[in-house]
Every structure is written in structure tokens, then in C-alpha cells.
Design a protein around this ligand. Structure first.
Ligand code: IMP
Ligand code: ZN
Length: 344
């Protein structure tokens, strides 16, 4: 299965840039910094609290505190996904300004976009979502939207949408609703982290937006602290779920993989997308996530193929890009069938 998952052409729709930084890139960045003796990721099989996960992001942010490092990280992350046979990648990142280094939120986004452009000859299409961190408040949220609208004008083909992320225990997502409604009007898609932890107050209004995709949705169903109304609303809108097994396991938002929400939604034939979340911090890759899904939920090779191919439907790119991807997948399908002597 390992070989198959690696060979499988894949679609990654939920990857935070700074959480995706590999150990190799960390070493490059560390070479430019002094007095840094920290661990930037969790070893396979380890567990942590959400607070400890967010502490890792804070550490990484100290390394990516200038436009050059942001470029380097984005460039490397795209190459790594490409090496893992990812054919379409949606990155998301929180624009950050650092006064000491002269990095503004604009130059942050410019660095990310430049890195994406510089990878255009690779066989991987990349799009960007600007992230609103719920720890930073509504005012900053509006600034992020304005930034997205500004860059939409100059880079319409690259800026795909808006994400809501950050510590799910902080703030109330409903405060950001006017921003998301405005974003929709501008043609920006919405990928929102929702119900990562039980959130009975905010969830219903958020689901009814509705977002174009939900990140995690761990606690939507009753057994995980949600309720049937949440489930029915997600089903009614057919909102795809971005599911990140290792991330949820290490962050302990699920007790174990057998109880991961993937099973609940997959059995309902609801759109499920396997994603990495933070491949660097959680020491994983998209191939490994597919493998983990296969071994945990007893999926066959054809099930994995279908999951991967169907993810194209939920991407935030133009229809013609999706068509090209589907054509490409057809070619890969026959190659893989031959390579593994199977019928998908
Ligand atoms: P960045 O936006 O590129 O700086 O990536 C790191 C940021 O992504 C973190 O500071 C969080 O705001 C966000 N993030 C990464 N993983 C998660 C998650 O599982 N839940 C919520 N937010 C996350
Ligand atoms: Zn995430």
C-alpha cells in the first residue's frame, strides 16, 4: 500500500504553509539564526495538547520572520508536495508583519506568490488562501479580506479564497460572519476550520453561511459533542470536509483513529478530502495520510483512487483547471493499473 499511495496522483486542499515546513528547511533557516535549540515538530506516534501544537507554530514563526524565509519555506513546501506526487495544491497562510525585519503583510503575501510563480514549471498547480487567525480579532480579519481583494486584482489566477483558523478555543467565529459574506461577494471561496472542538454556540450560524469547505468538523456529530442538526445542515449543503488524521490524533481532538469522523462521513458517502494540515509539525505526508486512512478504515486501492480523484471536484480553481487535472488523472490511472496489475 505504501508504494501505491506514493504513486497515486493526489490533491492537497488543506495545508498551512508554516505548519508544512520540513526538517530540511528548518535546518536551512536555523543556519541563519543563533541560539535556537528547540524542536519544531512532533515525532510519529506522539501526542500533545492543542496548546503545545500552537506553541510549535509560534516557534516556526520566529524562523519565518522575514520575506526571504517566507519565500524559501513556500518554495520548499511546494517542491516537497510535488515530490510526493501531489498534482494540485492549495496552500493557506496568515499574512504576518514583523517590524524588526521590515516585513509587511503585503510583502509576506508577495513572497508567497513569488514562490508559487517560481514553481510554475513543476507538474503541480498551486493556489493560495489567505488565513484569518481567530486569535487576532475582527479588525485584522477585515484587513486580511482587503489584502485578499487587492491581490485578487493582480493575481486572480492564484488567490482562491479565505480560511478561518487559529486556536479553536479562542473567540467566536460568528464575529467574522460579515467578513465571510463580503468575501463571498468578491468571488473568494471559504474554507473554514469549524467544530475542531465542541462549539455548540457558534457552529449553526457558520454552517448556514454555508462555507465552501469545512476544515476538520471533528465535533459535528452527536457522539463527538455535536448534534443531528449540525449533521443535517452539512448534508443539506453538501459541504465537503477536509480531514487530517495525523493532525487530529497528535492534537488529541479525537481519542483514537477508529473514532475519527472520517468513518462517520465516509459511510454517508459525504464528500471527504484527505489532507495533511501541517505535514512538518506532524511529521507526515499526503501519501502517509492515504496509507493511514487505508489501514484504519479498511480502504482498498480503488477507494483511495476515488477519494483522490473526487477531491478535484472540491478544489477552489477554475473549471478548466479541474478538467485538465481530470484528464491527467485518466493517464495516471492506466499507468498505475499497469504498474500494480490492478483494475481501479
Ligand atoms: P501559517 O498561517 O502559514 O503561519 O501557518 C500556521 C498557522 O496555521 C497557525 O498559527 C494556526 O493559526 C494555523 N493552524 C495550523 N494548524 C491548525 C489547526 O489544526 N487548527 C487551527 N489552526 C491551525
Ligand atoms: Zn488546519
Amino acid at each position: 500500500m505504501e508504494e501505491f499511495c506514493k504513486s497515486l496522483p493526489k490533491v492537497e486542499l488543506h495545508a498551512h504553509i508554516n505548519g508544512s515546513v520540513s526538517e530540511v528547511t528548518i535546518q536551512k533557516l536555523l543556519a541563519k539564526k543563533r541560539n535556537f535549540d528547540q524542536s519544531f515538530s512532533f515525532k510519529k506516534g506522539s501526542t500533545a495538547t492543542l496548546k503545545e501544537c500552537f506553541e510549535k507554530f509560534r516557534l516556526i514563526h520566529q524562523l519565518t520572520d522575514n520575506a526571504k524565509s517566507v519565500y524559501q519555506v513556500t518554495y520548499d513546501v511546494i517542491h516537497e508536495f510535488h515530490e510526493d506526487n501531489v498534482k494540485y495544491l492549495e496552500l493557506r497562510s496568515t499574512p504576518r508583519a514583523v517590524q524588526d525585519t521590515g516585513m509587511s503583510k503585503e510583502s509576506y503575501v508577495e513572497s508567497v506568490l513569488r514562490a508559487i510563480r517560481d514553481c510554475k514549471d513543476l507538474d503541480i498547480k498551486v493556489r493560495l488562501l489567505l488565513a484569518i487567525d481567530r486569535r487576532n480579532g475582527v479588525q485584522v480579519g477585515w484587513e486580511t479580506l482587503k489584502l485578499a481583494q487587492k491581490f485578487q486584482e493582480s493575481h486572480r489566477d492564484l488567490i482562491a479564497g479565505i480560511d478561518l483558523s487559529g486556536d479553536p478555543n479562542v473567540g467566536d467565529a460568528r464575529d467574522y460572519l460579515p467578513i465571510f459574506r463580503e468575501a463571498k461577494k468578491s468571488g473568494l471561496k471559504l474554507a473554514l476550520h469549524l467544530c475542531e472542538v465542541p462549539a455548540p454556540e457558534e457552529t449553526m450560524d457558520m454552517l448556514n453561511l454555508p462555507p465552501d469547505r469545512i476544515g476538520h468538523g471533528t465535533c459535528l456529530h452527536r457522539e463527538a459533542g455535536g448534534n443531528q442538526e449540525f449533521v443535517d445542515t452539512v448534508l443539506k449543503h453538501n459541504t465537503p470536509l477536509e480531514l487530517c488524521l495525523t493532525s487530529n490524533l497528535i492534537g488529541q481532538t479525537v481519542p483514537n483513529l477508529d473514532n475519527h469522523q472520517f468513518k462517520f462521513w465516509y459511510e454517508k458517502k459525504h464528500p471527504c478530502i484527505i489532507c495533511t494540515d501541517d505535514k512538518g509539525v506532524f511529521s507526515t505526508s499526503l501519501s502517509e495520510e492515504y496509507q493511514l486512512a487505508a489501514s484504519t478504515f479498511d480502504l482498498k486501492q480503488c477507494d483511495l483512487w476515488n477519494l483522490s480523484e473526487q477531491s478535484i471536484n472540491y478544489a477552489f480553481c477554475e473549471e478548466n483547471v479541474k478538467e485538465k487535472l481530470r484528464d491527467k488523472f485518466k493517464v495516471y490511472k492506466s499507468k498505475i493499473e499497469e504498474q500494480f496489475n490492478i483494475k481501479l
